[in-house]
Design a binder for this molecule. Structure first.
Ligand code: AOF
Ligand code: ZN
Length: 355
């Protein structure tokens, strides 16, 4: 393909960087173009779940071509070994003469470190400030610009706000459930109370074909370690952390054998810990966003502490339950801002709130 002009390349890199947005886990979704002698000879995108990096993807495809190459990439190339090898090392062995990048990487492991290395290896490096990349640059650096974990709540209720259904396993319809699975794919961590596990025996993974790998790590609040050890979630491949307050050596041994991680938290009153501390710990472990899926007690604690940044409220038109114990108090949402009109999903409606 002929390289028409710089604007054409900018557009291509921009579009490539958008392709895997939301699908690259902790990693930003980066786009990359390789040119040689004014022709585009390859392209790359950060892979699903974050591997390979875009530069590696692009350069591998043309590694047999021993010609001079230029690289155009939406983010400054990395220079550290993480889940992936450093892109700067790959670039320096690939006959690349110039690297043009459109956004800086604020990740302290990367920030400018690779540029010196590239220059030392006689590779020209140029930062192209381009307005079109303002948003992508923000997106690439979203986790480093944001100090706190982003917390999103989700609940599905019947017409009269019950969170259980008498004869149905599910309250919401297939469209709402598909959206819930997408929400899971877009989150790195998911939090539930132990009653949800023991009563409903859920898998809590993303079951959209092709996106299963994006299932979040599951944190289960289980102060007295009451979780049933034959629960589906403990048999699945999902990474699980159990948060407890009261020691139970036998149970901890059982869980350790299943490679389940346990975290003990100090109590502030009987079996109660400070939920804000848990949110801090999840952030400290490196997770950038958290989806809280219930039950009611847990959601209430988050509301009480004003911890939700976003809230997804799925409401069905049907009603088949009467036990007030399982009633969601929708007044809690008053403190948040309703965004737009509800999204109609057949006989369900989705209301989206923001703080
Ligand atoms: C690149 N190209 O395509 C992406 C980069 O754990 P790792 O090794 O995958 O490194 C993650 C960090 O690398 C991530 O936080 C971000 O700073 C950078 N992402 N860098 O050169 C890419 N996705
Ligand atoms: Zn890299």
């Amino acid at each position: 393909m002929i390289q028409k002009n710089k604007d054409y390349i900018v557009k291509l890199v921009l579009n490539l960087s958008r392709l895997h947005a939301g699908l690259t886990g902790l990693n930003p979704s980066v786009g990359c173009i390789v040119t040689s002698n004014k022709k585009i000879i390859s392209y790359g995108i950060t892979g699903i779940n974050g591997s390979p990096h875009a530069e590696k993807d692009a350069l591998e495809k043309v590694k047999q071509l021993k010609i001079r190459k230029n690289l155009y990439v939406s983010l400054e190339p990395c220079h550290h070994t993480g889940k992936n090898p450093p892109c700067t090392a790959i670039i320096s062995k690939s006959n690349v003469k110039k690297v043009f990048y459109y956004s800086k990487d604020l990740n302290p492991l990367v920030n400018q470190k690779g540029l010196i290395f590239l220059k030392q290896n006689k590779i020209k490096v140029k930062y192209f400030k381009n307005k079109k990349f303002d948003l992508i640059s923000k997106f690439h650096n979203q986790y480093y610009q944001r100090k706190n974990l982003v917390v999103t709540g989700k609940v599905a209720v019947t017409k009269k706000n019950f969170t259980k259904n008498i004869d149905h396993k599910y309250i919401s319809n297939i469209y709402s459930r598909k959206l819930t699975h997408l929400l899971r794919a877009n989150h790195q961590a998911l939090l539930v109370g132990v009653n949800t596990i023991n009563d409903d025996n859920p898998y809590l993974n993303c079951r959209i074909r092709g996106l299963k790998e994006l299932s979040p790590t599951v944190f289960i609040i289980d102060p007295k370690l009451r979780i049933k050890t034959n629960s589906n979630i403990l048999k699945s491949s999902v990474k699980v952390f159990i948060i407890y307050t009261k020691k139970n050596k036998f149970k901890i041994n059982q869980l350790n054998k299943k490679k389940i991680k346990v975290i003990k938290l100090p109590t502030i009153k009987k079996n109660f810990f400070d939920i804000k501390i848990l949110v801090k710990i999840i952030g400290f472990l490196g997770y950038k966003n958290l989806l809280v899926e219930g039950g009611n007690n847990l959601l209430n604690q988050f509301f009480k502490n004003n911890l939700f940044n976003n809230f997804f409220f799925f409401k069905s038109n049907e009603n088949r339950y009467k036990n007030n114990f399982f009633k969601f108090d929708s007044k809690k949402l008053i403190s948040m801002k309703k965004i737009n009109k509800p999204i109609n999903l057949s006989n369900d409606n989705l209301f989206f709130y923001k703080n």
